[in-house]
Design a protein. Structure first.
Length: 115
């Protein structure tokens, strides 16, 4: 079975929506990390300080066939009116260990249902 890693970097205020969208598209487990980020154009407050936006990083390991539906859900959430509020991308996984056998059986069952 082939797997993909999906990374989503989104504003913290979209965290719960991103989790719900990923689960609806088939993600069964998500690791959340906190971060700070700066876009290409720096934003400043009226005190002249640089604004560093609060970000949530979602990391998912999913069966490869689920990566595109999840990515499309993230695009619908993060890109609105031609403006991006975050980024999402996938990476292939060549080697993997540590998955719960129940998760592997769930992936295999899902594959059988798809055929």
């Amino acid at each position: 079975m082939k797997f993909s890693a999906i990374l989503v970097i989104a504003p913290t205020e979209l965290e719960q929506q991103a989790i719900s969208a990923a689960k609806a598209a088939g993600a069964s487990g998500i690791t959340l990390l906190s971060g700070r980020g700066m876009g290409g154009a720096e934003k400043k407050t009226f005190f002249g300080m640089i604004f560093e936006g609060s970000q949530t990083i979602l990391l998912m390991v999913v069966a490869k066939h689920l990566s595109l539906p999840i990515l499309k859900q993230m695009q619908a959430l993060l890109v609105q009116d031609g403006e991006s509020r975050g980024i999402a991308f996938t990476m292939p996984i060549d080697h993997l260990t540590g998955l719960d056998m129940g998760q592997i059986m769930q992936f295999e069952q899902h594959l059988r249902e798809q055929q």
